[in-house]
Design a protein. Structure first.
Length: 254
Protein backbone atom coordinates (compact mmCIF):
# COMPACT_ATOMS: atom_id res chain seq x y z
CA UNK A 1 0.00 0.00 0.00
CA UNK A 2 0.97 3.63 -0.37
CA UNK A 3 1.39 5.38 2.98
CA UNK A 4 -0.15 8.86 2.72
CA UNK A 5 -1.07 9.72 6.33
CA UNK A 6 0.46 9.43 9.80
CA UNK A 7 -2.43 7.20 10.90
CA UNK A 8 -1.68 4.75 8.06
CA UNK A 9 1.97 4.62 9.09
CA UNK A 10 1.00 4.02 12.73
CA UNK A 11 -1.43 1.28 11.66
CA UNK A 12 1.27 -0.51 9.66
CA UNK A 13 3.81 -0.11 12.46
CA UNK A 14 1.42 -1.61 15.01
CA UNK A 15 0.39 -4.70 13.04
CA UNK A 16 4.00 -5.24 11.97
CA UNK A 17 5.18 -5.13 15.58
CA UNK A 18 2.51 -7.72 16.42
CA UNK A 19 3.49 -10.21 13.69
CA UNK A 20 7.19 -9.67 14.38
CA UNK A 21 6.78 -10.28 18.10
CA UNK A 22 4.60 -13.35 17.45
CA UNK A 23 7.26 -14.84 15.16
CA UNK A 24 10.02 -14.18 17.71
CA UNK A 25 8.04 -15.71 20.59
CA UNK A 26 7.04 -18.76 18.53
CA UNK A 27 10.68 -19.43 17.60
CA UNK A 28 11.64 -19.21 21.27
CA UNK A 29 8.72 -21.48 22.30
CA UNK A 30 9.53 -24.27 19.81
CA UNK A 31 10.91 -27.31 21.65
CA UNK A 32 11.96 -30.86 20.82
CA UNK A 33 8.99 -33.21 21.36
CA UNK A 34 6.38 -30.50 20.71
CA UNK A 35 3.83 -30.85 17.93
CA UNK A 36 3.52 -28.11 15.31
CA UNK A 37 -0.17 -27.89 16.31
CA UNK A 38 0.85 -26.91 19.85
CA UNK A 39 3.32 -24.35 18.51
CA UNK A 40 0.63 -22.92 16.23
CA UNK A 41 -1.90 -22.68 19.07
CA UNK A 42 0.65 -20.69 21.07
CA UNK A 43 1.07 -18.28 18.16
CA UNK A 44 -2.68 -17.99 17.77
CA UNK A 45 -3.05 -17.01 21.44
CA UNK A 46 -0.47 -14.24 21.04
CA UNK A 47 -2.31 -12.81 18.03
CA UNK A 48 -5.63 -12.92 19.93
CA UNK A 49 -4.05 -11.15 22.89
CA UNK A 50 -3.16 -8.25 20.58
CA UNK A 51 -6.60 -8.29 18.98
CA UNK A 52 -5.09 -9.38 15.64
CA UNK A 53 -6.44 -12.00 13.23
CA UNK A 54 -4.38 -14.62 11.41
CA UNK A 55 -4.13 -13.50 7.77
CA UNK A 56 -3.94 -16.96 6.10
CA UNK A 57 -6.82 -18.21 8.24
CA UNK A 58 -8.98 -15.13 7.54
CA UNK A 59 -8.06 -14.72 3.86
CA UNK A 60 -7.74 -18.27 2.57
CA UNK A 61 -9.28 -20.47 5.26
CA UNK A 62 -5.83 -21.94 5.99
CA UNK A 63 -6.06 -24.69 8.66
CA UNK A 64 -3.85 -22.94 11.21
CA UNK A 65 -2.87 -19.53 12.54
CA UNK A 66 0.65 -19.64 11.04
CA UNK A 67 2.34 -21.67 8.33
CA UNK A 68 4.84 -24.04 9.99
CA UNK A 69 7.00 -25.94 7.52
CA UNK A 70 9.40 -28.66 8.68
CA UNK A 71 12.41 -30.15 6.84
CA UNK A 72 11.47 -31.02 3.22
CA UNK A 73 8.43 -28.72 3.33
CA UNK A 74 9.26 -25.51 1.46
CA UNK A 75 6.26 -23.40 2.56
CA UNK A 76 2.62 -23.41 3.74
CA UNK A 77 3.11 -26.36 6.09
CA UNK A 78 -0.10 -27.23 7.96
CA UNK A 79 0.20 -27.37 11.77
CA UNK A 80 -0.52 -30.93 12.95
CA UNK A 81 -0.68 -32.80 16.25
CA UNK A 82 1.07 -35.67 14.44
CA UNK A 83 4.08 -33.59 13.38
CA UNK A 84 6.52 -33.76 16.30
CA UNK A 85 9.60 -31.54 16.33
CA UNK A 86 12.98 -33.27 16.60
CA UNK A 87 16.60 -32.32 17.26
CA UNK A 88 18.16 -30.68 14.20
CA UNK A 89 14.85 -30.09 12.37
CA UNK A 90 14.80 -27.27 9.84
CA UNK A 91 11.72 -25.22 10.74
CA UNK A 92 10.09 -22.28 8.99
CA UNK A 93 7.42 -20.16 10.66
CA UNK A 94 5.52 -17.61 8.57
CA UNK A 95 3.28 -15.24 10.53
CA UNK A 96 0.95 -12.71 8.91
CA UNK A 97 -2.01 -10.94 10.47
CA UNK A 98 -4.62 -8.20 10.22
CA UNK A 99 -5.17 -5.53 12.88
CA UNK A 100 -7.50 -2.53 12.55
CA UNK A 101 -7.64 -2.92 8.76
CA UNK A 102 -3.88 -3.19 8.26
CA UNK A 103 -1.95 -6.32 7.26
CA UNK A 104 1.67 -7.34 7.73
CA UNK A 105 3.76 -10.41 6.96
CA UNK A 106 7.05 -11.94 8.17
CA UNK A 107 8.76 -15.30 8.40
CA UNK A 108 11.98 -17.04 9.29
CA UNK A 109 13.73 -20.40 9.13
CA UNK A 110 15.87 -21.84 11.93
CA UNK A 111 17.42 -25.07 13.17
CA UNK A 112 15.91 -26.60 16.32
CA UNK A 113 18.52 -27.59 18.87
CA UNK A 114 21.84 -28.89 17.61
CA UNK A 115 22.53 -28.59 13.87
CA UNK A 116 23.10 -32.33 13.34
CA UNK A 117 22.04 -32.20 9.66
CA UNK A 118 24.12 -29.12 8.72
CA UNK A 119 21.16 -26.88 7.80
CA UNK A 120 22.69 -23.75 9.34
CA UNK A 121 24.63 -22.64 6.22
CA UNK A 122 21.35 -22.58 4.25
CA UNK A 123 19.60 -20.67 7.05
CA UNK A 124 22.41 -18.14 7.26
CA UNK A 125 22.50 -17.65 3.48
CA UNK A 126 18.76 -16.93 3.35
CA UNK A 127 18.92 -14.50 6.27
CA UNK A 128 22.01 -12.66 5.02
CA UNK A 129 20.76 -12.42 1.44
CA UNK A 130 17.49 -10.89 2.65
CA UNK A 131 19.46 -8.31 4.62
CA UNK A 132 21.57 -7.42 1.58
CA UNK A 133 18.50 -7.23 -0.68
CA UNK A 134 16.61 -4.92 1.68
CA UNK A 135 19.56 -2.56 2.16
CA UNK A 136 19.64 -2.12 -1.65
CA UNK A 137 15.95 -1.22 -1.99
CA UNK A 138 14.79 2.38 -2.29
CA UNK A 139 12.32 4.31 -4.39
CA UNK A 140 13.14 3.98 -8.11
CA UNK A 141 15.15 0.75 -7.87
CA UNK A 142 14.04 -1.91 -10.36
CA UNK A 143 12.34 -4.93 -8.80
CA UNK A 144 14.16 -7.13 -11.32
CA UNK A 145 17.54 -5.85 -10.11
CA UNK A 146 16.80 -6.98 -6.55
CA UNK A 147 15.76 -10.38 -7.91
CA UNK A 148 19.10 -10.57 -9.71
CA UNK A 149 20.95 -9.68 -6.50
CA UNK A 150 19.14 -12.42 -4.55
CA UNK A 151 19.86 -15.13 -7.13
CA UNK A 152 23.48 -14.02 -7.58
CA UNK A 153 24.12 -14.11 -3.83
CA UNK A 154 22.46 -17.54 -3.57
CA UNK A 155 24.71 -18.91 -6.32
CA UNK A 156 27.80 -17.46 -4.59
CA UNK A 157 26.83 -19.45 -1.49
CA UNK A 158 26.33 -22.65 -3.53
CA UNK A 159 22.53 -22.53 -3.43
CA UNK A 160 19.56 -21.93 -5.76
CA UNK A 161 16.36 -19.87 -5.52
CA UNK A 162 12.73 -20.95 -5.74
CA UNK A 163 11.38 -19.15 -8.80
CA UNK A 164 7.62 -19.44 -8.28
CA UNK A 165 7.44 -18.01 -4.75
CA UNK A 166 7.82 -14.28 -4.27
CA UNK A 167 7.58 -11.23 -2.08
CA UNK A 168 4.64 -8.89 -2.56
CA UNK A 169 2.96 -5.65 -1.66
CA UNK A 170 1.12 -5.68 1.68
CA UNK A 171 -0.94 -3.25 3.74
CA UNK A 172 -4.67 -3.11 3.18
CA UNK A 173 -4.70 -6.80 2.30
CA UNK A 174 -2.21 -9.68 2.54
CA UNK A 175 -1.20 -9.59 -1.13
CA UNK A 176 -1.20 -6.37 -3.14
CA UNK A 177 0.69 -4.78 -6.02
CA UNK A 178 3.50 -5.38 -6.77
CA UNK A 179 2.50 -9.06 -6.62
CA UNK A 180 5.72 -10.70 -7.81
CA UNK A 181 8.91 -9.52 -6.11
CA UNK A 182 10.78 -12.54 -7.43
CA UNK A 183 14.08 -14.08 -6.27
CA UNK A 184 15.58 -13.81 -9.77
CA UNK A 185 15.67 -11.28 -12.61
CA UNK A 186 12.94 -11.13 -15.24
CA UNK A 187 14.49 -8.83 -17.83
CA UNK A 188 11.11 -7.76 -19.25
CA UNK A 189 9.95 -6.52 -15.82
CA UNK A 190 10.49 -2.74 -15.83
CA UNK A 191 8.56 -2.18 -12.59
CA UNK A 192 10.29 -0.15 -9.88
CA UNK A 193 9.91 0.09 -6.12
CA UNK A 194 7.92 3.16 -5.12
CA UNK A 195 8.75 5.48 -2.24
CA UNK A 196 6.31 5.43 0.73
CA UNK A 197 4.91 1.99 -0.13
CA UNK A 198 4.90 -1.09 2.09
CA UNK A 199 6.07 -4.44 0.73
CA UNK A 200 7.00 -7.87 2.09
CA UNK A 201 10.42 -8.92 0.82
CA UNK A 202 11.20 -12.63 1.16
CA UNK A 203 14.02 -14.94 0.15
CA UNK A 204 13.44 -18.56 -0.86
CA UNK A 205 16.88 -20.20 -0.93
CA UNK A 206 17.23 -23.89 -1.72
CA UNK A 207 19.74 -26.72 -1.92
CA UNK A 208 18.38 -28.53 -5.00
CA UNK A 209 15.02 -27.27 -6.24
CA UNK A 210 13.98 -24.24 -8.28
CA UNK A 211 10.18 -24.72 -8.29
CA UNK A 212 7.78 -25.29 -5.38
CA UNK A 213 5.04 -27.85 -6.04
CA UNK A 214 1.85 -28.38 -4.06
CA UNK A 215 1.08 -31.64 -2.27
CA UNK A 216 -2.32 -33.34 -2.29
CA UNK A 217 -3.39 -31.57 0.93
CA UNK A 218 -3.87 -28.43 -1.20
CA UNK A 219 -1.49 -26.32 0.88
CA UNK A 220 1.96 -27.75 1.58
CA UNK A 221 4.68 -26.89 -0.92
CA UNK A 222 7.85 -28.94 -1.50
CA UNK A 223 10.76 -28.54 -3.89
CA UNK A 224 10.42 -30.08 -7.36
CA UNK A 225 13.83 -31.77 -7.04
CA UNK A 226 13.81 -32.40 -3.30
CA UNK A 227 16.32 -30.92 -0.90
CA UNK A 228 15.65 -28.14 1.56
CA UNK A 229 14.35 -24.58 1.34
CA UNK A 230 14.73 -21.67 3.76
CA UNK A 231 12.64 -18.50 3.83
CA UNK A 232 13.17 -15.18 5.57
CA UNK A 233 10.75 -12.28 5.22
CA UNK A 234 10.33 -8.73 6.47
CA UNK A 235 7.67 -6.11 5.83
CA UNK A 236 9.35 -2.81 4.97
CA UNK A 237 8.49 0.81 4.18
CA UNK A 238 10.36 2.03 1.11
CA UNK A 239 12.04 5.45 1.36
CA UNK A 240 14.59 7.50 -0.61
CA UNK A 241 17.29 5.78 1.44
CA UNK A 242 17.53 2.50 3.40
CA UNK A 243 14.01 1.09 3.99
CA UNK A 244 12.36 1.11 7.41
CA UNK A 245 11.96 -2.50 8.58
CA UNK A 246 8.49 -2.51 10.13
CA UNK A 247 8.72 -6.11 11.41
CA UNK A 248 12.06 -5.60 13.19
CA UNK A 249 10.53 -6.83 16.48
CA UNK A 250 11.17 -10.38 15.18
CA UNK A 251 14.86 -9.85 16.00
CA UNK A 252 15.89 -11.69 12.83
CA UNK A 253 19.38 -10.18 12.63
CA UNK A 254 20.05 -9.84 16.36
Amino acid sequence: MSITTESELLGMKKVSEVVGTTLKLMKEYAKIGMSTKELDAYGGEILKRYGAKSAPYETYGFPGYACISVNKEAAHGIPSKNKILKEGDLINIDVSAELNGFWSDNGGSFVLGEDIHNHQPLVDASKNILHKAITNIKGGVKIADIGHLIESEAKKSGFKVIKNLAGHGVGRSLHEEPENILNYRVRTNRERFKKNTTVAIETFISTKSTIAVELNDGWTLVGNKGGYVTQHEQTILITDNTPIILTESNGMWN
